[in-house]
Every structure is written in structure tokens, then in C-alpha cells.
Design a protein around this ligand. Sequence first.
Ligand SMILES: [Mn+2]
Length: 412
Amino acid sequence: MKTSFFINNRAKFATQMQDNSTAVFFSGKAPRQSADEEYAFSVDRNFFYLTGIDREDMVLVINKIRGEVTEQLFIPPVDDFFEKWYGILLKKEEAINISGIQSVLNRNEFLNQFAKKLCSADRPDSVYIVSYYTDPFESYDEYKKIAHWIKKQFPTINILNSLDIVTNLRGSKQEEEISEIKTAIGYTKEALEFVMKNLQVGKFEYQVRADFEYQLMLRNSKPSFKTIGASGKNAVILHYVDLQDKIEDGNLILLDLGAVSKNYASDITRTYPANGKFTERQKEIYNLVLQAQDVAVDSMFVGAPEIDVNNAVKEHFAKGLKALKIIRDDSEVENYYYHSIGHPLGLDVHDLRRRDKTMQENNVYTVEPGLYIKEEGIGIRIEDDYWVTKNGIINLSKDIIKTVNDIENFMK
Ligand SMILES: [Mn+2]
């Protein structure tokens, strides 16, 4: 992605900051897994959105003092030992090139510089951090740490949350972001085709996951979240990530998975018959779920409340489940459809959600109706990624086949 994209993102952020304030963003650090092993690093998505840099332990500072905006980036200093053991660190010139930030400083000096700033003549009245739900007992949260530090050292400075600003900015997808999401969807499509070609009765769920993830890795991509591969009755567990069971003849397998491209995620669900052919019963329920996607999309538009879309789907399911004699009263729908219709998608798989939960122009949403009939060992979910525009709702993943006929023909 171009440097101008990140420069513009910061400029838009600064426009929405209060005057005489400072905002901080941390790129984050991989937590320790065990002994000297760490979890894989995953960059803080707000930091990435504003800098384009996917590296550990950096800090972005944006100041807006008497209307004038300045910015600094603090990066780890060059370290011979580190480079011999772990790899080449990002150099100052590269950081300037990627982000367009001219003032790049030593990470080790961040706190000292920041403290000086907070008691200088150019001091801000407020500091923005990013705060969203994290485990209250999580030991590693730099935002929480710095908020406590400011409160103690500079008790007259206000702490503000920049969450609403980044939610609005990141929610409105720009052309280059749609293009990355499409690339991630393309990887998912190719990997799913490989999965379908190699799917057979007797295979283990984890082997299906291996087929999918292998295809992503060949493309230098990776899963955007833990791959869900649930056969038979396992599919009634929404986030089934165990994948230990053997796939039995006559069963379906529900695959909820995705890929990343430049940190942008796809999130797709398909449900396939293990032996390549749906039973009549499976078909009936499958088509009810497939139609629910259209029902949802028909009630989506710029300004639509998410709850209205979900209610339309529930009504559709109530009618269908009554016709199939699975329920007798509308209120029983929730026994068979027990999540909501979808979520914003972007740099995070569950992207930041507006407080008013309405769909806005250039949002990307998943639409993922599902029915889970435990007593029949059937769980079906179908999920695509949609772009909300003022001229209509665009299915970004329409090329991933999903009708009964297309799936059966492909698997033949
Ligand atoms: Mn999803």
C-alpha cells in the first residue's frame, strides 16, 4: 500500500482530535508463550492503519497543539546482537519511507521525551489512548499502563479514548482496502477449491484444515483466525476449533475460515457434504440458510440498523422451520439460530463496531446465517463478505461457489 494512504489516515485522525491534545499508538509486542518461546506477533491494527509498519515495540505520537499537528515515531534502535539472532530491524530511512513520518526517534527515549512534553510550554490538556475490551487481568496492555502512569505523574491531564475516531475511519473502507480484502478472499477461494477436491469420507477434520492452510501458506498468506472445521454434530458448536473427529459418510462439514492479505482479513463459511452429495433433508435446510443470505442483503442499506437485518433473518427462519416441522412457535427460532447475522470486517476479523450499530457507507460486513439442528446432527452456516455502498450491497466473495448444484458438480 502507498505511503500516501497512511499519511492521509493520520491527517484524518488529527482533524478529529481535540485541540491541545496528544494521541499515542503502540504497535504491540508478542506475549511470552513458555520458557523463551513467544506467541506469533500480530501488529496492533490501529498502529498499522496509521503507519503501514508491521513491527514490534514501536510508538506513534500525534500532537495537535494550538491547531498545529506534529508526529513522531519511536522505533527500537539498531542492535547487533538482536540482528545476529533474530533478523534485521527496521531502519530509520525505511520507517520514513513506509509511513511518511519524518521524525523517527529511539524507542528507548519514548517515555522520557513524552514526560518532557507533558510538562513543557507545549503540553497537551489531554492524551488519547485506545481502550476497548481487553481481559482486565491481562498483564500486557501498554495503553492501560501509560494511562495509569499519566494519572500518577500528571494528574491534571485528561485521558481520552480514540476508539470512536478510529472506528469511524477504519469502518469507511478505501479503494486500496477493498482491494486487499478481495485478495484475501481470492486466496480463500483457491484454498477452498483444493479442500473440495480432496474432501472424502474417513478423512479427519484436522486433515481438512491442513489442506486449507497449506494452500494459504503456498501463497504466503495465513489464516485470519483459527480455522473452524466441524463435521456432523460438531457443527452446532459455533467456534469449534478442536478438529479431532473422523468425517463420517452422510455428514456435512462446516468450514468457517479466512486468509489475510497485508493484514486485511477475509471471513468465509461454506458447508459441504463429505461424500459430495447432499441428502434431501440436508438440501432443505441448506437452501433455507442460503435464502436467508438474500433476505439479509435485501434489508441492508446505508443507515440500516444491524438489528433490523437480523430480525428479517429470524422471521425468515421462523417461517421455514415451521414449514419443515422443526418448530411450532416463532420464539423457538433461537434454539436453532443462536448468533447474529454478521459483523464488520477489515484489519480485524471482527472489525471495530460503531456504537449505534448501523451500517454506514463503505463498511464491509459479513452475512452469515446458520441453522444448527443438534437432534439431526446438522449444522449449516453460509458466510460471505459484503461491501455496503450507496448504490447497493456488493458481494465481494460471490465467486466462491455455494449452491447445492454448483457444490455437487464441483465435487463430482
Ligand atoms: Mn464471521
